[in-house]
Design a protein around this ligand. Structure first.
Ligand code: GLV
Length: 314
């Protein structure tokens, strides 16, 4: 079976090697090597150029190379009726949890202050903040959000999640919809955005959201961690909230424009941590098996797993 590999960031050779090792019948091809578009049955895509997928007349499914699918849904000429499948994988969720736990701990244990003290050879020991006194709020409780919430909870943070519907996660408070947004924000010291980018979430986290976060927490001001999509937050509003003292810190792995432009004030802001969209990167060693299992399901007439609801956008 021929699988078209489309990506401007992932290495074809890495993915090809893993496909070959798992199933010799799976033939990964690059766009420039496609002689006959009708020979392509599946596509594995990150940021496909507009119109490319519509030119494959026998396409049976499109697999996203990431957990998000906004980079595919952007193309308004997508072939009708061809299912789009998200990358859902425990490895990806573990990497995301590591990143969020790491930065929640850096914030709660005030590691940046300790780093600055070391540079000055200052021995100043203060009582640590207890994780059990820090309230983390996760926006977006899908597969990744739930996993992150559970790991933060295990470390002792007070964790809540906000999503479209209520979610049952032991010892994680669940808030849902517009009606419970204000209560969720008012109990949050560290806000984590894991929202997908959809027309509804575009620019959602700006001044109005940031200014509702709790100002009486143990961190001396709320912090924001953005790991879903940069188009969900508003960078000018984040900088303004930091400069006005409403926000104590921001940790950003995703940006409105990537790579983050050299001129962005975020690079040099003393209370911002910038990382290059590396919190959780899909690894062929863990994703290929689930793509192949899904293809096998389709070939024997069963339904695919992790299919995107195109109307909803995730
Ligand atoms: C990465 O951003 C992803 O969608 O997995």
């Amino acid at each position: 079976m021929s699988i078209l590999f489309i990506s401007d960031v992932d290495s074809f050779d890495n993915w090809d090697a893993v496909f070959r090792s798992k199933d010799p019948r799976a033939q990964l091809v690059e766009c420039e090597d496609v002689d006959d578009p009708a020979s392509i049955e599946y596509a594995l895509a990150w940021n496909p150029p507009d119109g490319l997928l519509a030119r494959l007349p026998r396409l049976k499914a499109i697999f996203s190379l990431g957990a998000g699918v906004d980079h595919i849904l952007r193309d308004h000429t997508l072939p009708k009726g061809v299912p789009i499948v998200r990358a859902v994988d425990t490895n990806l969720a573990m990497r995301m949890a590591e990143y969020v736990v790491l930065h929640c701990l850096i914030l709660s244990r005030q590691q940046r202050r300790l780093d600055a003290q070391q540079v000055k050879r200052l021995w100043v020991s203060e009582l640590p903040v207890f994780s059990s006194d820090v309230r983390v709020g996760i926006m977006g409780l899908g597969h990744l959000g739930r996993y992150v919430a559970e790991r933060l909870r295990d470390i002792g943070f007070q964790v809540a999640g906000w999503s479209t519907g209520h979610k049952e996660i032991p010892e994680v408070a669940s808030f849902a919809g517009e009606g419970e947004l204000a209560s969720f924000l008012q109990r949050t010291d560290i806000l984590v955005s894991l929202l997908p980018h959809t027309p509804k979430t575009h620019g959602f986290i700006g001044t109005s959201i940031l200014r509702q976060l709790s100002r009486d927490g143990v961190l001396g001001g709320p912090a924001f961690i953005s790991v879903g999509r940069g188009t969900v937050h508003v960078e000018d509003d984040i900088v303004e909230a930091l400069d006005d003292g409403f926000l104590s810190a921001a940790v950003l792995d995703v940006f409105e424009r990537e790579p983050l432009p050299e001129g962005s004030p975020l690079w040099r802001h003393p209370r911002v941590t910038v990382t290059p969209h590396c919190a959780a990167v899909t690894d062929p060693r863990s994703i290929v098996s689930s793509v192949l299992a899904n293809i096998a399901r389709l070939e024997r007439g069963d339904s695919l797993e992790n299919v995107v609801n195109v109307e909803r956008g995730y």
